[in-house]
Design a binder for this molecule. Structure first.
Ligand code: BGC
Length: 655
């Protein structure tokens, strides 16, 4: 295990981390409060083509609502807080526009609450927001959650491969269908909005959020952006929204989150404006054309200035030049990182273009201060109206005012067989074969030992953002429907007369034909996953593989990770090596490709290709395998013995 193995509730942990400075400490270059805005040149950016969110009837309705609302009600709309710190009743005094379930938040503190409890809570918030009372314009609250690889905060939901694996699949239609399935599971629990997809194009895979991105290639990211948003929200222009089991998507994190120096989370992106346009923006162009309803501002900075205060990029470029008509949501208390701001007061972020504060900490103070800032004119009334118009536009486009929500309560959709099958298809398509000396495919009737630290570890299969934020503290009971990789082999072998060898039995007696060793990174999220070197440095699996080889047993390595890492010793120790990323709940997808038929002919071939290059040295300067690399049963290539030495060391890496 890396780390403590337990992640305490996120709100608590987050609050502590921020207070202790561990999050602020990785922010990057300090920006003096008086620093000017980095110049932007709108003409360099892709112009708006369509304006899919604008229609006259909706705009007229918004105008009526705005006319009826008090300033306090408008201010309420621009603030979101976490269900861990607000009760539905609080909305009477503070008419907030939105609530979120942060990754460590649950229903009244219960992260493992069943879907029915989530629905009940969503309805309670909605009921207060839409009630008729004096001085209140009924406007449904928008409920958001990080459904980032399926409805991944909810016990029992299908867990799709994390985005890096989907990037390896190079299959936009798969991503679109995953969007539909995810939306259905979210809609069943009464939730309206997911903080997904991540449209980062990670340039340095030491970044702890690499696995949330699809690929380093902006064009692949752009094709996926269109597909996932269409899946989650429905096709642009076809407005059924919630009624059709669709939810609002969030393109995040705008902009340059994947370009920070040394891959430091929340760090500084030093790219030129042209690089921003070429590398980091294409996903957003595609997302806007697909009608994405919300965009999340990035914690990171561009050229030393926090994105949350970058008027040029949030307003001049994103909204005016690129034509984004939805609303910009801030990230988790990120406005507090803007120089001159505190978590309870930040005109800078709002005036720069953040339309809704994500304010788990200090939200009451933020409400009061924002109201005062509007009254004093520091936040212009027109700016407030613009933000509220955007928020109401999203709510109307999504169909939130429509009381008919036929997907609510359809809990049979959560973890349904059809969604599991889709996830399994995704797992198979995501696998990248890096090495195979002919040991694969394994004949269906073989005696197979499936072993290694992750062979029966759903926690490692699922990765971060699963039930809890870091995903470290999950137990088998948190995955009631999931299948481990070993269980997937057991089922497939049983069907074909093969044998799953028990790892606890004496190998001299059981004599397996082949060993599948499953190992990988412990779960992490955000800056907890940042690395100094792109190196896998746990030793248990390597020792095991070497011991198996010494006994004459051939080894297939299945590596679970949120990114490519330097694994030369493991590549040398194995006969075949499969990069399986973070496959999620359907471990059976691994056996689908690794097991052949009874005579050892392939049943399904590998089609996954690397979405990021694979490092050939521990500094990550050279590529062992380039972007796009991936073998198959039809496409073979020998991998020579690889250098295992570390720079500065005299011999093979001592482990
Ligand atoms: C992350 C976002 C996420 C938000 C809400 C933040 O820490 O950066 O990606 O959507 O928390 O959980």
């Amino acid at each position: 295990m890396t780390g403590s193995g337990v992640s305490p509730p996120r709100l608590g942990r987050r609050a502590r981390a921020i207070l202790a400075g561990s999050i602020v400490a990785v922010v990057g270059a300090a920006v003096p409060a008086a620093a000017g805005q980095p110049a932007v040149h709108p003409e360099l950016w892709p112009p708006a083509t369509t304006r899919p969110l604008i229609d006259a009837a909706t705009e007229a309705r918004i105008t009526e609502l705005l006319a009826a609302m008090s300033v306090a009600e408008k201010v309420g709309q621009v603030i979101q807080t976490d269900i861990g710190v607000i009760e539905p009743d609080d909305l009477r005094r503070y008419p907030l526009g939105s609530v979120l379930a942060g990754a460590d938040s649950g229903v009244h503190g219960d992260e493992r609450a069943p879907p029915a409890a989530w629905l009940k809570l969503a309805r309670e918030f909605r009921a207060v927001s839409t009630e008729t009372r004096p001085g209140h314009v009924p406007i449904p609250v928008l409920f958001g959650i990080d459904a980032v690889h399926g409805h991944s905060n909810i016990v029992g939901a299908v867990l799709f491969p994390h985005n890096i694996g989907l990037g390896a699949a190079h299959d936009p239609d798969l991503v679109r269908r995953i969007g539909i399935a995810t939306a259905e599971e979210v809609a069943a629990t009464g939730i309206d909005w997911t903080f997904a997809p991540v449209l980062a194009t990670p340039q340095d895979t030491r970044w702890g959020r690499t696995y949330e991105g699809y690929a380093a290639d902006p064009l692949l990211v752009a094709s996926y952006a269109a597909a996932i948003i269409e899946g989650l929200q429905g096709p642009p222009g076809v407005v059924g929204g919630i009624r059709d089991g669709r939810i609002a998507a969030t393109a995040k994190h705008f902009l340059g989150d994947g370009g920070t120096r040394d891959g430091v989370d929340q760090g500084d992106t030093v790219a030129s404006e042209r690089e921003l346009v070429r590398i980091h923006a294409p996903g957003y162009r595609a997302a806007i054309d697909a009608g994405v309803l919300t965009v999340m501002a990035s914690y990171s900075s561009w050229q030393g200035r926090k994105m949350h205060s970058n008027h040029g990029l949030l307003t001049t470029v994103l909204k005016e030049r690129m034509g984004f008509d939805g609303f910009v949501i801030g990230d988790w208390n990120a406005h507090a990182q803007v120089p001159g701001c505190v978590r309870t007061r930040c005109a800078e972020a709002f005036n720069a273009g953040v339309d809704m504060f994500m304010a788990p900490l200090g939200w009451r103070g933020l409400f009061d201060a924002t109201l005062a800032l509007v009254r004093s004119g520091e936040i212009p009334a027109a700016r407030l109206d613009d933000a509220v118009r955007r928020i109401l536009r999203v709510k109307l486009r999504l169909g939130l005012f429509d009381p008919v929500r036929p997907y609510e309560g359809r809990f049979e959709l959560v973890g349904s067989a059809a969604h599991r099958e889709l996830a399994r298809e995704g797992v198979g398509k995501s696998l990248v074969l890096l090495k195979n000396d002919g040991v694969l495919p394994i004949a269906a009737g073989a005696r197979v030992l499936v072993t290694g630290p992750a062979a029966q570890e759903l926690r490692i299969q699922a990765g971060g953002w699963t039930v809890s934020w870091q995903g470290r503290d999950t137990k088998p009971a948190d995955f009631p429907l999931a299948q481990t990789i070993a269980a997937g082999f057991r089922a497939a072998l049983a069907a074909d007369g093969g044998t799953l060898v028990d790892p606890l039995d004496d190998l001299a007696t059981t004599r397996p034909d082949v060993a599948v060793v499953v190992f990988g990174e412990e779960p992490y999220a955000e800056n907890y996953g940042d690395l100094k070197l792109p190196l896998y440095n746990a030793r248990a699996a390597l020792t095991l593989m070497q011991a198996l080889r010494r006994q004459g047993i051939r080894v297939v390595a299945v590596f679970l990770s949120g990114r490519p890492l330097w694994v030369n010793p493991e590549l040398n120790a194995s006969n075949a090596f499969v990069a399986a990323w973070l496959p999620g709940s359907e471990g059976g997808g691994i056996a689908d490709l690794l097991l052949g038929d009874r005579s050892g002919r392939p049943r399904n071939d590998f089609s996954g290709r690397l979405p990021f290059r694979w490092p050939g040295d521990v500094l990550g300067r050279t590529a062992l395998f380039p972007v796009g690399y991936g073998l198959s049963y039809a496409r073979r290539a020998a991998v020579p013995e690889l250098d295992e030495s570390l720079p500065g060391s005299r011999g093979p890496l001592a482990r």
